[in-house]
Design a protein. Structure first.
Length: 133
C-alpha cells in the first residue's frame, strides 16, 4: 500500500483543509447571528463526510508508514490537541452565546497548532526550527 502514499497523503491534506475551512465558515455564521444556517443538515452532514475521509486517510497513513516517522512525538502532540479542537469547536457552534467567540478562537488556535505540528513533524511545530531541535 506504500505505493499509494502520495495519493493518500494528498487526500488527507485536502480533507484537513476542507474540514478547517468548513468549521471556519460555520463559526463565522454563528458569530454573524445565523446559527440556524451553521447547524443546518447540509453543513453538518458535509462535516461528518469530510471528517470521515480525514480519519480514514489518517489511519491509512498510520498503517503504511514506519513507526520511526512518529518517534519524536509529533503525532502524539497532534492527537492530544484533537479532542481540545473538537470540544472547543462544539462549544463554539452550540455553547453559551456569551462565550462562543472565545470558544471559536480557542478551536481555531488548536487547529492551527495541529496544522503547524503536522507541517513541522515536531511536537513544538515551527518553534522547533528556531530552537535547533
Amino acid at each position: 500500500m506504500i505505493e499509494f502514499y502520495a495519493e493518500i497523503k494528498l487526500a488527507h491534506v485536502i480533507a484537513v483543509i476542507a474540514s478547517g475551512a468548513l468549521f471556519l465558515l460555520r463559526g463565522v455564521l454563528v458569530q454573524a447571528g445565523h446559527p440556524h444556517w451553521a447547524l443546518a443538515a447540509f453543513p453538518r452532514f458535509l462535516s461528518y463526510t469530510i471528517d470521515t475521509a480525514l480519519l480514514t486517510a489518517a489511519l491509512m497513513l498510520l498503517t503504511i508508514l514506519p513507526s520511526s516517522v512518529y518517534a519524536n512525538g509529533w503525532l502524539m502532540a497532534k492527537l492530544a490537541l484533537l479532542p481540545v479542537y473538537i470540544g472547543f469547536g462544539w462549544l463554539a457552534l452550540r455553547g453559551d452565546a456569551a462565550r462562543q467567540f472565545a470558544y471559536f478562537a480557542a478551536a481555531l488556535l488548536a487547529y492551527g497548532c495541529m496544522f503547524a505540528i503536522a507541517r513541522a513533524h515536531s511536537p513544538l511545530g515551527p518553534i522547533s526550527s528556531l530552537l535547533g531541535a
